[in-house]
Design a protein around this ligand. Sequence first.
Ligand code: AKB
Length: 315
Amino acid sequence: MNVLVTGSLGQVGSELVLELRRRHGNGNVVASDIRSDAAAAAKEEGPFYALDCRDGRQLARIVRSHNVKRIYHLAALLSAVAEARPQDAWDININGLCTVLEVAREHDCSVFTPSSIAAFGPTAPKDYTPQNTIQQPTSMYGVTKVSGELLCNYYHKKYGVDTRGVRYPGIISNLTLPGGGTTDYAVEIYYEAVRRKRYTCFLKADTYLDMVYMPDAIKAAIDIMEADPVRLRHRNAFNITSMSFSPEDQAAYIRKYVPEFEISYNVDPVRQALANSWPNSLEDYAARVEWGWNPQYDLDAMTADMLKVLSERGV
Ligand code: AKB
């Protein structure tokens, strides 16, 4: 089974490509990104293309020439950038997805598309937000995510395209930094804990959001695509979560390993408003029952691993 990943130089893409190549072989996993970063491309251990996912012709050429049968479509703008550039966010997140779905329909590919906790808005229940509930996001990022979910479900129902997805919470990883998201603070805090033993957070101390550690996020993307379709009552997109915490909770766990660590706050009103409009915590029962979602990392295990890996790497 040959696989194509769009947005492969991003936070999830860079680690997903490594894991897919480990499982399927380097030559069978095609990486692509709008950035034609020569240094990054040179490090690739398999095929890499500079690809704008809105370019259907080039996308179709790549799919045909590598006989791609599964697309992980990760190319998208994140919440804070989308709020600064809403028209671009619509264009990239929605027209990009439309293009991928059309190519998938024509070439019989399955498609994984990540949604987000941002697909919920202030009218959804805040705590243990259910799988199926009101979705009225107030951010452009959230509007593109809920529209993307509906579009993927439409392609599945109308054309039989095998579309699947998860609603990712904030993702924390030690390899590639996120860019332009609201949950980015939860990654930066570990780098600064190792470098300076202090961090100035752009969200308020008591802002609760769901998070997941990258190994669990990657496993989710692979497991849902491998799941038996007969068991799937939902498709786009499943709530998943590993933990819900606030910046002050995270700082307390960091102090367990770095006792001198200090946190202060300088709130960014745009990102705070985004965070306030999202759930505090999701309920992820459907993912557990339908395809076996079972995350391995909680806040303590993730904090220990992040600090260990970043210290060893000398960030
Ligand atoms: C963001 O903060 O924009 C993303 C997300 C929650 O989807 N990490």
